[in-house]
Design a protein around this ligand. Structure first.
Ligand code: IFM
Length: 470
């Protein structure tokens, strides 16, 4: 048995827009994701977040499920537009109260809340004013963050300012496949820079409001390896690596990766260096979202980057200007093993637990030994109840078991890992991919909202009880 420390925070993660539903209820403002999913052709099957998991109304039952599973922590995000319908200014008491009740219920059940401030559902009202392309956006985010800390920091001690800023800006501002749907390299660079300035303002706000609060960012991390062992692919992998560090380096080291500056520095504001002290305010924790490692190919058709990374296997490479409808997950049958003999998930992603070990130990070497949390990890698939009514997701159990062990090895080698938030508690809206792609421990029937524990949920409950994995 691979055992974990006594206070290890076994948990699960979610995000407001993916689970809550009722996006405009009780005075909430519209988010860019609400606008996006209601624009024809943007999501698989036209799926929206109007109902999602109906968690906004079923939150109490959902917390009961967490308690039954034995979760010690729950990572969730706040909907900025519920708290501040216009993004700044007028506070919406009903929205504030919703999360207050959720936090109280979690604590009553002995589940530690971990809050993400920004998991992609940016207020549409602010986007209409220029959004992240405006320098003022940093102050807007600071105002929102301060409100969240004033209302909840008495009970919440673990905070993440941003979730996967690299994915948000890459998919939403550069490729246009996520909200707000821009295809603009400059927006990706400038928006990302301002997002980090906002992060800095949030950190300042927490320090002023609750010196005992602990804060960091959830980064999408994973090794970038060359697809083939050629000079071109090796160089492409280095470029992709620099590109993927365009948030964690400035935030933790106070500088952009030099290769990123070579490729995209001309798109940054001229005086960007003056912002780096704000961006790199000292943090307490690092959140690691890890799914797989990236295999990178030299690809001259991608401006600037000239590289393309995929998680080991894809039915076909998508063109740069692919529409979200084309981005549907695996259309061809996925083989069980990839070309290097690695096991593949039902989505065709390589199962690489070693990549998690490498990422954790690399991040510790590069950024120092903060408190670490796995803030997301799991395998996605197309799970459905079998004839016996159960959901047999053996592939997920295998995936999680191997990743838990890899994380434990990283701990033995010095990584101060405090918790593990499996993505995700229950199947939810997988953004542009809609409801077909399922990552949950609990199966959700979106027509009836019936929650069914998958085999992995029972298994995870036993892991938590044993505080270890076989
Ligand atoms: O569902 C997403 C989440 O919102 C961000 N990280 C990856 C998950 C699975 O794709």
């Amino acid at each position: 048995m691979t055992r974990f420390p006594r206070r290890f925070l076994w948990g699960a993660a979610s995000a407001s827009f993916q689970v809550e539903g009722s996006p405009l209820a009780d005075g909430a403002g519209e988010s860019i994701w609400h606008r996006f999913v209601h624009t024809p052709g943007k999501t698989e099957c036209g799926d929206t977040g109007d109902v999602a998991c109906d968690h906004y109304r079923r939150w109490k039952e959902d917390v009961a499920l967490m308690a039954e599973m034995g979760l010690r922590a729950y990572r969730f995000s706040l909907s900025w537009c519920r708290l501040l319908p216009e993004g700044v200014g007028r506070e919406n008491t009903a929205g504030v109260d919703f999360y207050s009740r959720l936090i109280d219920e979690l604590l009553r059940r002995d589940i530690t809340p971990m809050i993400t401030l920004f998991h992609w559902d940016y207020p549409q009202a602010l986007w209409d004013r220029g959004g992240l392309l405006e320098r003022d956006s940093a102050e807007w985010f600071g105002e929102y963050a301060a409100l969240a800390f004033r209302r909840y920091a008495d009970r919440v001690k673990l905070w993440l300012t941003l979730n996967e800023p690299a994915v948000f800006t890459d998919c939403g501002l550069r490729k246009g496949v996520h909200a707000p749907g821009l295809k603009d390299w400059r927006a990706m660079v400038v928006g990302g820079h301002n997002l980090m300035r906002g992060h800095g303002r949030a950190v300042e706000a927490l320090r002023a409001i609750d010196p005992r609060g602990r804060i960091g960012v959830a980064f999408a991390l994973g090794p970038n390896l060359p697809e083939e062992d050629t000079r071109e692919d090796r160089a492409a992998a280095r470029r992709n690596g620099a590109y993927s560090r365009r948030f964690c380096d400035p935030i933790h080291l106070g500088e952009y990766p030099p290769r990123f500056l070579q490729m995209f520095g001309h798109l940054l504001p001229p005086d960007y260096e003056a912002d780096l002290p704000l961006i790199s305010r000292p943090l307490d924790l690092i959140g690691v979202n890890y799914y797989s490692q990236w295999r990178v190919t030299h690809d001259p058709s991608v401006p600037g980057l000239q590289s393309r990374g995929v998680p080991a296997w894809e039915p076909k490479a998508l063109p740069e200007n692919a529409s979200p409808a084309q981005s549907s997950f695996a259309k061809a049958p996925v083989p069980e093993f990839g070309k290097r003999g690695e096991r593949l998930t039902p989505m065709g992603w390589a199962v690489c637990p070693q990549g998690l070990y490498d990422t954790l130990t690399w991040a510790r070497r590069r950024y120092g030994n903060h408190e670490f949390y796995i803030t997301e990890n799991n395998a996605a698939g197309f799970d459905a109840p079998g004839p016996d009514g159960s959901v047999h997701d053996a592939y997920r159990i295998h995936y999680l078991r191997e990743h838990f062990k890899a994380a434990r090895r990283a701990m033995r080698d010095g990584v101060d890992l405090r918790g593990y938030m499996v993505w995700t508690l229950m199947d939810n809206l997988e953004w542009a991919a809609g409801f077909r792609v399922r990552c949950g421990l609990i199966h959700n029937d979106f027509a009836t909202q019936r929650r069914t524990w998958k085999d992995s949920a029972f298994w995870y409950r036993d892991v938590i009880r044993a505080n270890g994995v076989d």
